[in-house]
Design a binder for this molecule. Structure first.
Ligand SMILES: Cc1cc2nc3c(=O)[nH]c(=O)nc-3n(C[C@H](O)[C@H](O)[C@H](O)COP(=O)(O)O)c2cc1C
Length: 315
């Protein structure tokens, strides 16, 4: 099987989540931080520093991700990151959020190919001598997937560690079918190693993607792995169940230690259950109880009951 990466998901794949995921589940060979935003202050926020803190990322391969359209700021961040021992930095050219796109960042930067090209030129010059490789996580464009023809020509000019393609345009956000023909285009024409991302949810999806793109370097899963952290477990269902319980219990304990107030803690965890519940088919009643609960103690019981009562073998 190809290498599997856990996709960065702002608010979801925090350093807490990644560490606990890595402790219980062995699928991903690489984890990505949600994006850090270097800017003119040339300092990371506390929250960003935690994401790249060495202790919090010990025992796993983590790739810090940057969201930025200023080469000088990007180079500054690369220096900060490599000083902490990281060997790869990922560049976010996919974020579809309007607040990001209007600042010409994320997938918004894709609409300015000449500037993008100049940015890469400056960055690759600026990081010469630094022991770091740059990977890119990209969409196909902003308004039209045809934009990707030119965008890919630009990527092909630079020695990227990897090109991670999410085959949608900004306007698609995360909805609708992925644009398969454009993923094929990227696969056939990229001079850099390709990693495939988007709508891989089951083992069948993994198998089909591997068969269609045999030379791809890796597959990156986001929502699919959040929904089924046990996706790649080979153990029996009973062991899986205990592990899934322990995984959820540790997430709860860690978020309780680091956040205050049942409301905010449960918001964080309910976001995970937004993904985890559907494949479990736990029933409407359980779903309602989980949604409604406002107390951590009650949440703990509901989660254990759900995990006791469902089958985990639907992958
Ligand atoms: C809530 C949420 C937050 C995300 N945050 C990031 C992010 O910080 N950086 C990034 O490159 N992609 C981000 N993404 C995109 C995912 O990394 C991934 O590309 C997307 O979910 C498609 O893959 P999937 O179908 O496997 O989920 C986010 C997606 C979601 C749904």
């Amino acid at each position: 099987m190809k290498s599997i990466y856990l996709a960065p998901m702002e608010g979801v794949t925090t350093h807490i989540y990644r560490r606990i995921f890595n402790k219980y589940y062995k699928g991903p060979g690489k984890f990505f931080t949600p994006f850090l935003s270097p800017n003119q202050t040339k300092s990371f926020q506390m929250k960003e520093l935690e994401e790249i803190d060495n202790e919090k990322n010990a025992g796993m391969t983590t790739v810090p991700q940057l969201l930025c359209s200023n080469a000088e700021h990007f180079i500054w961040a690369c220096k900060e990151i490599t000083a902490r021992g990281y060997k790869e930095v990922n560049f976010n050219l996919g974020c579809p959020s309007n607040t990001v796109v209007t600042k010409k960042k994320g997938s918004g930067f894709l609409f300015y190919p000449d500037e993008l090209d100049a940015f890469f030129d400056a960055v690759f010059t600026g990081i010469e001598g630094l022991n770091v490789s740059i990977s890119v996580k990209t969409r196909l464009g902003k308004h039209d997937p045809k934009e990707f023809v030119r965008i890919l020509e630009i990527y092909n000019k630079y020695p990227l560690k990897e090109l991670i393609v999410h085959p949608r345009i900004q306007k698609d956000f995360y909805k609708g079918e992925i644009r398969r023909e454009w993923l094929d285009h990227a696969y056939e024409n990229s001079k850099n190693p390709i990693c495939i991302n988007g709508d891989i949810y089951t083992r069948e999806d993994v198998k089909n993607t591997e068969e269609r793109y045999p030379d791809a370097e890796a597959l990156m899963l986001g929502r699919g792995l959040i929904a089924r952290p046990y996706l790649f477990d080979e153990g029996d269902v009973l062991k899986d169940r205990e592990r899934f319980k322990a995984f959820n219990a540790e997430l709860l304990d860690e978020y309780c230690k680091r956040m205050s107030g049942d409301f905010s803690i449960l918001c964080k965890l309910k976001e995970l259950w937004f993904y985890m519940l559907p494949p479990l088919n736990a029933g409407k009643e359980a779903e309602k109880r989980l949604k409604k609960t406002t107390k951590v103690s009650e949440y703990r019981c509901i989660v254990n009951e759900i995990i006791e009562s469902v089958a985990l073998d639907d992958r």
